[in-house]
Ligand binder design. Structure first.
Ligand code: UTP
Length: 295
């Protein structure tokens, strides 16, 4: 496994209004995707990229997330007594993935504001931001490529993905130039949630960023933008427009990604991941076929 000194920051303090009432008393990052909460996939992805220090930004209902990554001795004892080694291993895994810290956002004033809450923990070092409701399939590589691009350029690196123009208004969108390096583009401008007609491209920022600590100074002075929230995209636009800085680069991702904060995508994630699982797929695949034939 690779090792990196980069820390990960997982913002998980949003209100999750699209999932109400499920998210009334539970963060959306704790919604189960098959049999693990969404955020556990993200922590596993960080660990897979060699990150062993993770800061989760939590909001109200904070306990659900911190309890999940804590050990539960009574449960472990019960499973041990029953000889249920497989489930015991899976329970232990969730508390053993990385060194996980928590900080509260207080009020959900936007993703940029959530990231700023990480300043004291991250210090004067580069870090990754990984949205806790955005899953990258473990079979597809993204984060290590982004960390390598950040180390090469010294610039902020965002993950970009081509999205359907009808969905572009839901994302931060980039205008880009080729770099000559396959899959790596220079970001020349960024706009948060543009109208379809005003979008500079169909390349949307998805929930992975590798940033230098200079972004904190920019976030400190970033005014609320779209939706009255302090937007990370607006801070990155300032970095992209700075002629004296290293700018912003984008790694174009063409793999499998699931936005579990969106209801349709959430259901697709469960169906796809369950169908591919060795323990569940053989029972599910024939049923899916039968079900689909009746639609
Ligand atoms: P979203 O815009 O998808 O989250 O934020 P939301 O506002 O919770 O969702 P809806 O639209 O109401 O359903 C993207 C990510 O940023 C985090 C969210 O938890 C999510 O991981 N976030 C957003 C924060 O941590 N704090 C905020 O103030 C806003």
């Amino acid at each position: 496994m690779p090792h990196t000194s980069i820390k990960a920051v997982i913002p998980a303090a949003g209100l999750g209004t699209r999932f109400l009432p499920a998210t009334k008393a539970m963060p959306k990052e704790m919604l189960p995707v098959v049999d693990k909460p969404a955020i556990q996939y993200v922590v596993e992805e960080a660990a897979q990229a060699g990150i062993d220090d993770i800061l989760v930004i939590i909001g109200r209902n904070k306990n659900a997330i911190s309890n999940h990554f804590d050990s539960v001795p009574e449960l472990e004892e019960k499973l041990k007594d029953k000889g249920d080694d497989d489930r015991l291993r899976r329970v232990l895994e969730s508390s053993d993935l990385a060194d996980i810290h928590f900080v509260r956002q207080g009020e959900p004033k936007g993703l940029g504001h959530a990231v700023l809450r990480a300043r004291a923990h991250v210090g004067d070092a580069s870090f990754a931001v990984m949205l806790g409701d955005d899953l990258i399939d473990e079979r597809d590589e993204l984060l290590t490529t982004m960390i390598a691009a950040h180390e090469r350029t010294g610039a902020a690196v965002v993950a970009l993905m081509e999205v359907d123009p009808d969905h572009i208004h839901l994302y931060g969108v980039a205008s880009v130039e080729e770099t000559g390096d396959d899959g790596l583009v220079k970001v020349t401008g960024l706009v948060e949630k543009p109208k379809k007609e005003e979008a500079p491209s169909n390349l949307a920022i998805i929930g992975r960023y590798v940033l230098a600590p200079d972004v904190f100074d920019v976030l400190e002075r970033t005014e609320p933008g779209k939706g009255g929230e302090i937007q990370l995209t607006d801070a990155l636009q300032e970095l992209a427009a700075d002629p004296d800085g290293p700018g912003v680069y984008g790694v174009v991702f063409r793999g499998r990604r699931y936005d579990t904060g969106d209801r349709v995508d959430y259901i697709k994630a469960i169906v796809q991941l369950a169908a591919d699982r060795e323990d569940l797929g053989p029972d599910l695949r024939p049923w899916f076929k039968e079900f689909a034939a009746k639609l």
